[in-house]
Write a protein of this length. Sequence first.
Length: 252
Amino acid sequence: MSARPKVRVFDSAQELFQGAAETFCRLGREAIQKRGRFTVALSGGSTPRSLHRELVSNFRTALAWNQVCFFWGDERHVPPDFPESNYRMAQETLLSPLAIPAEHIFRMPGEIADAELAARIYQHSLQDFFRPGPGEFPRLDFILLGMGGDGHTASLFPNTPGLEERERWVVANWVEQHSTFRITFTYPVLDRGAYVMFLISGATKADMVAKALRDPAAHLPCQRVESLQGELVWYLDREAAAKLDSTAQSRG
Ligand code: 6PG
């Protein structure tokens, strides 16, 4: 982590997800006004469910949702109807309730048996959509990230080959800890998001949050996300920020 990321701390989980939803929709309105679309990479795990619920419940009219294009920062190596599929979670909690047009949903093909092929196919779909110049990387308007208990983010886990990838945009990352492949964006794509939001809630994450934001020698995967062309902001509730000193954080 080069420059220290911005940190926003909210007094409660409810205020955290409301604040994250407000930022999401503000950025969406700006992107749609400028470019006619808002490109978003969703995250997996359980935390995003609360953000999705907030958006569906209280921000249905805050954004032209039919101009939002959804990608994923990572996916499990499973079909889209499996319980652990990140796509399935988003489809159930966000995309279906908001009636997002199918042509604006770009899921990672986790059902493809050859995970490397699935990664290549997804990279081709990104190339077709974003059409960056030679040697350039796609730049998404908004990338949502979480942090696992071991400091992983997306599917960049500690001691996995995906951490070192600097050319490809998407890789099939073998995660020994889970004896499975995961399909994931690599740092070159994560680092170029116009707005990269870590969204972290709850006391169980407090120790790792403090380590990630205060101990550069920890060499955690989440620490290696940096902002090359935009903003990187950690959104925390008070419980997740409990082990941070007060100078480290701005409130709300
Ligand atoms: C995944 C996610 C992963 C997640 C963290 C945090 O596919 O699981 O992309 O990186 O963000 O594991 O998960 P929780 O929000 O469930 O704590």
